[in-house]
Unconditional design. Sequence first.
Length: 223
Amino acid sequence: MSMDRRVRVAVLASGSGTNLQALIDWSRAASSRIEIVRVLSDRPEAGALGRAEASGIEGICLPGSSRDEQDASLAKLLDECEADLVVLAGYLRLVPAPIVREYAGRIVNIHPALLPAFGGAGMYGRHVHEAVLRRGVRVSGATVHFVSADYDEGPIILQWPVPVLDDDTPESLAARVLAVEHRLLPEAVEAVATGHVTLEPDGACRWMRPEAQPNTFILSRES
Ligand code: GRF
């Protein structure tokens, strides 16, 4: 990605879009190198599409009456907007393998747990936090990773821990994790966009300068 123009980011989202909003807000800063150029969703009712439109960003619900048609539309719509980088911000579909291959090292996902724990098919939204509480772990968190062919399996870019409290409900834990996601995702996307972190040919995720890896989040009990 050349450094003389902003890095074009397409965001895929199925839900309310608070992670998308965090990216939009971050991209508005003069220091940011990213520009959200298109938001795509598999759900016409996704709040993310409304957030895109409210920010003057094109929001498109994938056209097509079948999953195959919608997946074909996805590839075309990504090519059309000349996305340099693709971000899954609460996208519930598996991304077709040809797209994962085409965007290898340039497609990332955020997951509301410390992968590989509490990840994989069926582990999304409330299901994740219910499983965390059922298992009784004392720490959960958020993960941003490069996307590979399977759900939540790709090389990990950034993670951050979140305390699990004895009186937590799935909702209270989700809210605490979401607040961290909103800080983690923009950091990770900016780092990939500016080449500070890359997906190596051997499949490893490498930070160019280890000290560049943001680890300065000081989280209070409330965060
Ligand atoms: C987030 O918890 C994210 O980790 C998961 O889906 C949720 C999306 O929330 N992949 P929002 O639509 O960004 O508010």
